[in-house]
Design a protein. Sequence first.
Length: 227
Amino acid sequence: MLIGSYTILDFCEYVENVVLVGISYNTEPEWSKQRNMDFTPSPFKNLGLFENSSMLSSKLKTKITVKTAGIYELKEENTGGANLFLNFLENDIIKFVEKKYPNLNKRRGLLGHSFGGLFGFYALQNRPDLFQDLLLISAAISWNSSELINTEKFTKLKESKNKIKLYHSYGEKEIRATRTSNNNLSKIITELELRNLSYKFDPIENTNHHSVLSRAIYDGLLYLYKK
C-alpha cells in the first residue's frame, strides 16, 4: 500500500525521491506476536478502552483479556520493548541503510499505524532527533490509560533543534477511545506551538481503523515530501 501510493505520487512528479525501507519478520504470526513487544512503550496494563466509562461498574471486579491477531494475549511480560526497538532502529537499521545508500541526506522518516503510531509518538517524545518526517495513523495512544498524553512527555521535543514534519491522522468511524485519545494528543501538540514542528492533524471522514490507511498514507506522503 505504501509503495503503491508513493509510486503514483512519484509518477505524477508530486513528491521528492524517497528510499522506502520496510522491516518485517519471517512469518505473519511472528510479526503479529513481536509487534506487541516492539511497538509498546511500557508493560501492558490496559488499552484505555473503558476509561471513565459507565459500562463498567466500580463494584464489579472484571478481568478483561486482550488478544492481538486473535491469539496473542497482551501481558506485562510480552510488551514494553519500544526503547529496545528504537535502539535497534538507530544502531542497526539506520546505519545499514546509510552504508548501503551513502549519497542519501540525513533526513529520515517513520510511518506507523495503530501500535506503530503509538511507537511513533513515543519516538517523537523520547528521541526527537532521530526522525525528521513522521506519518502516524490511528495511533493506539490510549495505551495504559493514555500515558503519553502528557505535556511533560514532550520536554525533549521542546528542547530539540531538529526540524520535524508530522502528519497525524485517524478514521472518524474508529472506536471512541482512538478518536478521543488522538484528539487529546493533538490538542497538546497544537498548544505547544513549537517552532521546530510543522504539524498537520487530519482525521478522515467515512473511514475506520483499516480503510483510513489508503487515504492517510497518500495524503501523508504528499504532505511530507511534496516538491
